[in-house]
Design a protein around this ligand. Structure first.
Ligand SMILES: NC(=O)c1ccc[n+]([C@@H]2O[C@H](COP(=O)([O-])OP(=O)(O)OC[C@H]3O[C@@H](n4cnc5c(N)ncnc54)[C@H](OP(=O)(O)O)[C@@H]3O)[C@@H](O)[C@H]2O)c1
Length: 231
């Protein structure tokens, strides 16, 4: 079984997602308030985005020799919801196993060192393995369902994570807060960063579920993904 997956993003009219030149007052609310209205057991982000929430002190990995088997680990916690990070090489460091009220789950590959696993275990951060050197995202979401009971998963970016879940055909719904902004930065991350250049891949088609005007000039657009022969 896999969770129902909703990708939620705040984007400019040209699809950019980094807000540093947008000049929005109370910037987080445009993303967070609509996000809080989407029912989900967990939110998931890429390593780059999670570094905004993980330790800023960059604590050193524990010293010593460790041999820790590459097996999934569930840290002790009482949380009812989860914050999941796609971190294949184990770059995020943690002071705690929580982001706000959510328990942290690291999604790793078997490339990570035992010292990194020791760090996660010391902090009681949960982790799962999604592949030897590359991630199998279908396996990842099945494990999130089976081990943590995550039935509805909200993917909150950035563009690379969204793009890889899109490419894997795992997104069921897309929730876009469209900001009245033209960004125009060439090379800035966009809503979906799936692949360089045009290959054989077909673009993903959406069907409109709802659209609402919010914060005067913003639109909150919800789409479902058109799958299979219905495209
Ligand atoms: N406007 C919004 O709604 C919104 C929301 C979230 C984030 N953002 C912005 O988006 C920007 C970050 O986006 P981003 O696209 O650069 O980064 P990202 O998606 O947050 O993280 C990308 C990293 O995640 C790991 N990763 C993602 N998919 C993977 C896969 N399939 N297999 C293996 N590793 C994978 C890789 O980590 P490694 O490099 O360690 O291998 C990759 O470099 C930030 O500026 C952030 O503020 C905006």
């Amino acid at each position: 079984m896999k969770p129902y997956i909703i990708c939620h993003m705040l984007g400019s009219v040209d699809g950019r997602i980094r807000q540093n030149i947008w000049g929005l007052k109370d910037a987080p609310k445009y993303f967070e308030e609509p996000a809080s209205k989407i029912k989900a057991d967990a939110w998931l982000v890429g390593r780059v985005t999670m570094e905004e929430f993980s330790s800023k002190k960059n604590p050193p990995l524990p010293a010593g020799r460790f041999t820790i088997p590459k097996e999934d680990f569930i840290g002790e916690h009482k949380a009812k919801a989860y914050a999941v990070v796609i971190d294949p090489s184990g770059k995020c460091r943690w002071d705690t196993n929580m982001v706000s009220t959510e328990h942290v789950i690291e999604v790793l590959t078997e490339k990570v060192s035992s010292r990194y696993l020791a760090h996660l275990q010391q902090k009681n951060v949960s982790y799962i393995f999604g592949g030897k050197t590359e991630l199998d995202l279908t396996l990842v979401v099945k494990k999130l369902y089976a081990l943590f009971g995550i039935k509805r998963l909200r993917i909150d970016g950035g563009g690379h994570v969204n793009g890889s879940f899109l490419k894997a055909g795992l997104i069921d719904e897309f929730s876009l807060v469209l900001a009245p902004i033209a960004d125009g930065t060439i090379g800035a991350p966009t809503t979906f960063e799936a692949e360089e250049g045009y290959g054989k891949r077909k673009a993903t088609r959406f069907r409109l579920k709802s659209v609402r005007r919010i914060y005067d000039d913003f639109l909150w657009i919800r789409y479902e993904v058109v799958k299979g022969k219905k495209r």
